[in-house]
Ligand binder design. Structure first.
Ligand code: ADP
Length: 633
């Protein structure tokens, strides 16, 4: 199984790095933007529901306090009409004299004290004050013409006169309730009660309630905060301003508009108003927001407005917004941390799995390779055993072949040797008989010459027998041979066959020292030259060339003849054992086989060439003496 290197390869760096970089660049601003967005939403939702809750509570408060105001106002409604029942008042209106005025003044003074109103006074139909509860005061209304007052004008027409205004005499604000006094169905005068409503304001202030009452002109007439008093809750037109200024309802008050920093209408009768915390500093930092809930007051054209501060709510909403943002930030941080950790774990797991996979693949491959190697090792061992056996068999066969070849050569040579020895023996017999006779005659010189010839013949015979012995001997090829000596020895052995043969021998070789046993070299040369002589039997001018030269660190000897050559069909069988073309007892077919094996045993070889000029050339290639030693060292 092959391991795919691409299988565990990481993504290309450009692709792997870019999304990570984008994430790192854009994630923090995105999280911050989301924190701000969610924080704002948290703030908004908290404020929205907070305002709704406040609004619900405020509705109840509004109802409660509006009813208190209504009851406070209605408390005095009946009072002016009471004066209708008082006869002295009717008398005064019918005949205003000093005595009656005094009586009515006393009456009104007592009534005012008991009812805790600010002042009670009676006017004739022209608007002149005939009697008043404050007749003793320096700024008494006595004799004043108040016909310009709206409450008088309404009352004298028989309508209820309700009016908030600032007194033209003393500049004191008050609530005026006027009633047209009737007699026999005709209005004879007007009774007025002036009430101070500061008690309401004080009560609001003590209860830390922020509220105000605006009249039909939109002017704040009662306010828990004095700064808002006599301010217009809505813009006044120039005509209205002029009309109000003429009426002196608010005395000489400027009637500025109540200007909130911000005004947001939430629903009918509910607004969100933002005022400066302190009326002198007008900036956002010190602003106070209110939930303004307004409800009309029954039996009056006035409105009651309850202001609920929103600053606590706003702070709570801001805190909740911050809490939402921080919670989101925390969740985002935890999610990112969790995601990073998940990725790290996933990467580690993937790496571990890849490592395990690679490891198991490696182990499988190692096991497969080991099995292969073991099998091939076993095969090799088997082959080595077979080769060794074959080598052993071959070596034995070679040895036997060599031995057989030697025996065959001995057998073959014994005839010529016997013939060779018989000739010198016959010569020796003749020479020794002649020498005896020459010695008896005293011909010492001739006898001495004969003895010398006898010695030479004996030496030759010794050499022949020595060659025979060397052929028969079996031995390891560890010697050195002289090429020249070996050639001479071969010719020596073959000298019997050379006698009378017109053979021309061309010698062109160096007396090289070759790494082969001398006898074996002589045996090879004997075979090659003997075969050449056989091939040249029919040749009238036989020629033998012995050429030698160095080639690739070895010595090559060409043994060429001009014999009949070798037929193409027999060439491939030359080195086969027992292949011979010689008739009868002449050939054994072992010469070339033996010679080739002897040459191979020393690291050389024997080859054949077929020259175009005819004849045959055997090429004997043998290592030079000392080469193997040098190689082995
Ligand atoms: P034998 O000489 O006993 O036949 P060899 O092995 O020496 O065995 O030679 C085998 C054969 O090779 C010979 O029978 C001969 O036909 C051929 N041969 C060897 N040398 C020569 C040569 N120089 N010229 C022609 N034929 C040769």
């Amino acid at each position: 199984m092959k391991c795919d290197p691409n299988q565990f390869r990481a993504a290309p760096p450009s692709l792997a790095v870019r999304p990570r970089l984008i994430r790192q660049l854009f994630l923090p601003p995105l999280i911050i933007a989301l924190m701000i967005g969610l924080g704002y939403i948290g703030f908004w939702v908290s404020e929205y529901y907070g305002i709704r809750t406040l609004s619900d509570n405020g509705e109840r408060q509004l109802e409660l306090h509006a009813r208190t105001v209504e009851s406070e106002l209605s408390k005095y409604t009946y009072l002016p009409s009471l004066l209708e029942l008082e006869s002295s008042v009717s008398t005064l209106l019918a005949d205003p004299n000093q005595e009656t005025r005094k009586t009515v003044n006393d009456y009104l003074e007592g009534l005012n004290r008991r009812s805790r109103s600010r002042a009670i006074y009676v006017m004739d139909t022209t608007g002149r004050v005939l009697a008043t509860s404050n007749w003793r005061d320096a700024d008494s209304y006595q004799g004043e013409d108040l016909s310009f007052r709206a409450y008088f004008q309404n009352a004298v027409r028989g309508q209820p006169g309700r009016f908030y205004g600032i007194g033209s005499t003393n500049g004191e604000p008050g609530y005026y309730l006027a009633h047209g006094l009737e007699e026999h169905g005709k209005i004879i005068g007007v009774a007025v009660v002036k009430v101070r409503l500061e008690a309401l304001e004080e009560r609001w202030q003590r209860a830390r309630l922020e509220a105000f009452v605006s009249d039909e002109n939109g002017i704040i007439i009662l306010s828990s905060d004095p700064a808002r008093r006599l301010k217009a809750v809505r813009p006044l037109s120039d005509d209205t301003k002029e009309r109000l200024a003429h009426s002196l309802q608010y005395y000489w008050a400027t009637l500025n508009e109540l200007e909130p920093l911000a005004r947001e209408r939430l629903n009918e009768g509910t607004e969100k108003l933002t005022f400066p915390a302190n009326s002198e500093v007008v900036n956002d930092e010190h602003a106070v927001s209110y939930l303004a809930q307004t409800r009309p007051l029954n039996d009056t054209p006035w409105n009651f407005t309850l202001l609920t501060p929103l600053n606590d709510l706003r702070r709570a909403a801001i805190n909740q917004g911050i809490l939402v943002a921080v919670a989101f930030g925390l969740v985002a941080f935890l999610l990112i941390a969790w995601n990073e950790r998940r990725k790290v774990i996933a990467t580690r797991l993937a790496a571990r799995e890849a490592l395990q996979e690679a490891n198991s693949q490696l182990e499988r491959r190692i096991a497969e390779r080991t099995a292969d190697l073991r099998a091939s090792n076993e095969r090799l061992k088997g082959q080595i055993r077979e080769r060794r056996q074959a080598e052993e068999t071959l070596r034995r066969a070679q040895d036997e072949l060599v031995q057989a070849g030697k025996l065959a050569a001995i057998g073959q040579m014994s005839t010529s040797i016997a013939h060779e020895l018989n000739q010198p023996l016959a010569a020796l017999r003749t020479l020794s008989g002649n020498t005896v006779r020459f010695l008896e005659r005293g011909a010492l010189d001739t006898a001495s010459a004969n003895l010398k010839t006898i010695n030479e013949l004996i030496d030759r015979m010794g050499r022949i027998t020595a060659s025979l012995r060397s052929f028969a001997r079996r031995g390891d090829d560890q010697g050195e041979a002289s090429l020249g000596k070996a050639v001479d020895a071969a010719f020596q052995v073959l000298s019997a066959r050379l006698d009378g043969l017109p053979l021309t021998v061309h010698r062109d070789f160096a007396n090289a020292q070759l790494q082969i046993d001398q006898t074996r070299l002589e045996q090879i040369l004997l075979n090659l030259i003997g075969n050449a002589l056989d091939a040249m039997q029919a040749q009238p001018a036989p020629e033998l060339w012995l050429d030698g030269h160095m080639f690739e660190g070895k010595y090559r000897l060409h043994v060429r003849d001009n014999g009949h050559g070798i037929a193409p069909e027999t060439r491939k069988h030359l080195f086969e054992p027992f292949f011979t073309t010689k008739p009868g007892e002449q050939g054994l077919g072992l010469g070339l086989t033996l010679s080739a094996s002897l040459a191979a045993a020393t690291g050389g070889n024997l080859a054949v060439e077929h020259p175009a000029s005819g004849g045959t050339a055997f090429v004997l290639c043998l290592p030079l003496a000392g080469t193997q030693k040098a190689e082995s060292t």
